[in-house]
Design a protein around this ligand. Structure first.
Ligand SMILES: Cc1cc2nc3c(=O)[nH]c(=O)nc-3n(C[C@H](O)[C@H](O)[C@H](O)COP(=O)(O)OP(=O)(O)OC[C@H]3O[C@@H](n4cnc5c(N)ncnc54)[C@H](O)[C@@H]3O)c2cc1C
Length: 399
C-alpha cells in the first residue's frame, strides 16, 4: 500500500448527502478510508430517471435503490442539521453526533415532484407510491401543461409526447427561450425542432398569473392563465421550475461562505472557502453555472485526489468547468452540446434509450466501478468523429 493510501485509511471521511455526488464518493473512497454517508432517506433517488419513470410504469423500482442493499457499512440514515467546523462534528436531527477528519457536503437541491422527491419521503414504499400515482395522472390526462422550460421541463414534455403522441402537451415559460445557460443557438434550435416534431406546444415569454390556484395532482381540470392573456385548459399541471439548494445542513455555521442562492462558495480545489477539510460538491456548491449530475461526479473525482493531497502535503488538483449537455427528448430523440460541437439524436440516443439508468444502478450497486457520464460522452463522440473521418477519407479517395 502506498504511503498516501495508508494515511487515508485511518481518516474519517463523512459525506453529507447520498445523491449523485455522494454515490461517486462511495465509488471512489469505499475501502480507502473510514467512510460514512449520511442521508435522511432510506433510498438513493436517481432523479435523472424520474421523468422517464413518470411515463413508464415499473421503472420507479429501478431509479430508487435501497441504501442498505447498496452501501452496507457505509450508509447511516440521518438528516444533518449542523456541521461544526471547529469541533469537526456533525449534528444529526435525532441528536446524535458524528465526528470527521474530512467532510464532503453534497446535499443537492429540492424541487417539485416528479423531478425531485421531498426529503420527508423517507421510505421506498412511499416514493414508489408517488410515482405510481403520477403515472396514472399522466395516463388519464388528455391536456398536460408543464410550467418551466429548463432542461427538466423540456425533457418532461418530450417523454410524455413520445409515450402518448395523442395528448396535448404544452410547455410554458416566462423566459425568452428554452434552456437557459451557456448553450449555443444551434443547440436550442435543434431541441425546439424536435419538440415541434413531437407535437409539443411552446408558450414563451409569458408568466403564469394564477400559479397558486393550479392543482398539481390531476384531481380536477383547470385553466392556466398568463400575464399576456393566454388561457390553456389543462387536465394536469406539472411544475418544473424552482430548484432550491438544500442548505439546512450547513446554514448554521457556514453562512459567511454562502452565495445569495445558498450555494457554498468553493475554491478551485472544491474546498469550502476558509476550510481546508470541508469540501462541497454537486448542486450545493457554487462551482458551476449549470448544475448537472455529471459535474457532481467530476467534482468528486477532484475531491478524491485532493483529500489525499491534503494529508500528504501533495499537489492539489483544480476543477475546470466544461460546457456539456446531453438533452434527452424522449426515448428516440435528443441533442448534445459538447464544448462547441453539437450532435443530434444519433449520438444522444446513447443516453436517451435508458437515461443511463443501467449504468447508474451498476455504479450504486457497485457491479462496476463508476464511470462519469463525461467519459462516456467523450468516448462516444471520439468514436463518432473517427467513423466520420474514415467515411470522408474513403469518399475523397473514390472521387
Ligand atoms: C428531473 C431532473 C433531471 C435531470 N437530468 C440530468 C441529466 O440528464 N444530466 C445531468 O447531468 N444532470 C441532470 N440533472 C441534474 C442532476 O440530477 C443534479 O445535478 C445531481 O443530482 C446533483 O447531485 P448532488 O449529489 O449534488 O445532489 P442530489 O443528487 O440531489 O443529492 C443530494 C442528496 O443529499 C441529501 N440531503 C439533503 N439534505 C440533507 C441533509 N440535511 N442531511 C443529509 N442529507 C441530505 C438528499 O436526500 C439527497 O440524497 C437532472 C435533475 C433533475 C431534477
Amino acid at each position: 500500500m502506498g504511503n498516501s493510501e495508508s494515511v487515508l485509511k485511518e481518516k474519517k471521511v463523512v459525506v453529507v448527502g447520498g445523491g449523485y455526488g455522494g454515490a461517486h464518493a462511495v465509488d471512489l473512497l469505499r475501502g480507502k478510508c473510514q467512510l460514512t454517508v449520511l442521508d435522511p432517506r432510506e433510498y438513493y433517488h436517481y432523479c435523472v430517471g424520474s421523468l422517464r419513470a413518470t411515463v413508464e410504469p415499473g421503472l420507479e423500482k429501478k431509479i430508487l435503490i435501497p441504501y442498505k442493499e447498496a452501501w452496507q457499512g457505509v450508509y447511516r440514515q440521518g438528516k444533518v442539521t449542523a456541521i461544526n467546523p471547529d469541533e469537526q462534528l456533525i449534528l444529526l436531527e435525532d441528536g446524535d453526533k458524528v465526528s470527521y477528519d474530512v467532510v464532503i457536503i453534497a446535499t443537492g437541491c429540492h424541487g417539485h415532484f416528479p423531478g425531485k422527491i421531498d426529503l420527508n419521503v423517507k421510505t421506498m414504499a412511499e416514493a414508489e407510491k408517488l410515482f405510481k400515482e403520477k403515472q396514472e395522472q399522466v395516463k388519464k390526462a388528455d391536456r398536460i401543461t408543464i410550467i418551466g422550460a429548463g432542461a427538466v421541463g423540456v425533457e418532461m414534455s418530450a417523454e410524455i409526447a413520445t409515450e402518448y403522441p395523442t395528448k396535448k402537451v404544452t410547455v410554458i415559460s416566462s423566459g425568452s427561450d428554452i434552456i437557459q445557460g451557456p448553450f449555443k443557438k444551434q443547440f436550442r434550435d435543434g431541441a425546439r425542432k424536435q419538440l415541434q416534431k413531437l407535437g409539443v406546444t411552446l408558450v414563451l415569454e409569458e408568466r403564469v398569473s394564477n400559479f397558486d390556484d393550479l392543482p398539481t395532482d390531476g384531481s380536477s381540470s383547470c385553466t392556466v392563465k398568463t400575464d399576456k392573456g393566454t388561457e390553456i385548459d389543462s387536465d394536469l399541471i406539472i411544475i418544473s421550475t424552482g430548484l432550491h439548494v438544500n442548505s439546512e445542513a450547513y446554514e448554521r455555521n457556514f453562512v459567511d461562505v454562502m452565495d445569495e442562492n445558498k450555494h457554498l462558495k468553493v475554491n478551485k480545489y472544491m474546498q469550502v472557502e476558509g476550510h481546508s477539510n470541508v469540501f462541497a460538491i454537486g448542486d450545493c456548491s457554487n462551482a458551476d453555472k449549470v448544475k448537472m449530475a455529471y459535474k457532481a461526479g467530476l467534482h468528486m473525482e477532484v475531491v478524491a485526489k485532493n483529500i489525499i493531497a491534503l494529508f500528504t502535503n501533495g499537489k492539489m488538483t483544480p476543477y475546470k468547468e466544461q460546457t456539456v449537455m446531453m438533452l434527452t427528448l424522449g426515448r428516440y430523440g435528443g441533442i448534445t452540446q459538447f464544448g462547441s460541437l453539437i450532435f443530434g439524436p444519433l449520438i444522444t440516443r446513447y443516453k436517451s434509450r435508458d437515461v443511463f439508468i443501467g449504468k447508474t444502478r451498476s455504479m450504486v450497486l457497485k457491479k462496476t466501478r463508476g464511470t462519469n457520464y463525461f467519459i462516456w460522452i467523450a468516448l462516444v463522440i471520439a468514436a463518432a468523429l473517427i467513423i466520420l473521418t474514415v467515411i470522408v477519407t474513403v469518399l475523397l479517395k473514390k472521387f
